[in-house]
Design a protein. Structure first.
Length: 298
């Protein structure tokens, strides 16, 4: 299934004369610098890519960005900082409104870097639309805030099948479901149950599950046991950042947000970090953005 999905992602709608148009959202912090490096690299390689730049800032409306991404299908994005008076994350809104339900972070060791763990090769697949990031919270009474964690069978089955299709396409051997079903028996219990059901459709791929707190300990002590990991939204945020640290830092790893049905994809730095403290100081590492660009080209 994912092979046909991948071909749909690669087939850009916005192209003319063999060239392809990609939406470019520089974002905040180091984003404009890093996207500048991407543009220079594309020009140096004479790649048939033209960028349609949309300057989406924290207080800007999303209409122009949404129209551009929907038209072009592929987007390179820096992180957009949420600023007053807008309290809703524009990054989250983009993922929600475009239904980019799968976030994929592939953390691989760089041979030239001296890190504790060598030959790390782990894929983190994160459900991108539900969980604690459903943006469903309110103040019931002054001093009492309620936040809902949403988990549906439909979204869980969709991300589980995406994870197994990804493993199947890329020749991965095992999928691990990360959860906290021992405590959150309803929400994470459903996530774990549905993942196990989907696993039965892929008997050639090994499957297991692990509690998220144990997973974090195992990652820093023995990461080689993991291959493809699938998990709810909040855990994916934490685990993907851990993986970036294990291979050398936030400037090295890219992330992709996908909707396999409509073929839209947004590529960005995996840690979704604006890096405002180092912006303009010629200190930021463009590797993550360049790797993201190569994935977008594929």
């Amino acid at each position: 299934m994912l092979k046909s999905v991948a071909s749909r992602v690669i087939a850009r709608n916005a192209c003319y004369g063999g060239r392809h148009t990609v939406t470019l959202i520089p974002g905040d912090g180091i984003g404009p610098e890093m996207c500048g490096e991407v543009a220079k690299t594309i020009e140096m390689l004479a790649a048939p890519v033209d960028f349609e730049t949309v300057h989406l800032e924290g207080t800007s409306e999303l209409t122009e960005a949404m129209n551009s991404i929907t038209r072009n299908k592929v987007c390179m994005k820096g992180n957009v900082v949420t600023q007053w008076p807008i309290y809703t994350s524009r990054n989250l809104q983009l993922r929600h409104d475009l239904d980019l339900y799968a976030n994929v972070v592939h953390a691989q060791s760089f041979g030239s870097l001296d890190t504790r763990h060598k030959n790390l090769d782990v894929v983190c697949i994160r459900e991108n639309t539900e969980g604690e990031y459903s943006a469903m919270s309110h103040e019931a009474v002054p001093g009492l805030v309620e936040s809902l964690k949403v988990c549906t069978r439909t979204a869980t089955e969709r991300i589980a099948r995406f994870a197994f299709d990804y493993a199947d396409q890329w020749g991965r051997k095992k999928v691990t479901c990360v959860h906290k079903a021992n405590i959150m028996k309803k929400g994470d219990g459903l996530f774990r149950k549905v993942c196990a059901e989907v696993a039965l459709e892929y008997p050639h791929i090994a499957y297991d599950d692990i509690i998220v707190d144990n997973c974090t300990m195992q990652l820093v002590s023995n990461p080689d046991q993991f291959d493809v990991m699938v998990m709810p939204n909040l855990y994916g945020n934490i685990i993907s950042n851990m993986l970036c640290g294990l291979v050398g830092g936030p400037g090295l790893v890219s992330g992709g947000n996908y909707n396999a049905e409509n073929g839209i994809a947004i590529f960005e730095q995996a840690t979704r970090n604006a890096g405002r403290k180092i912006a303009g100081k010629n200190m930021a590492n463009p590797t993550a953005y360049l790797v993201a660009t190569s994935k977008g080209a594929r």
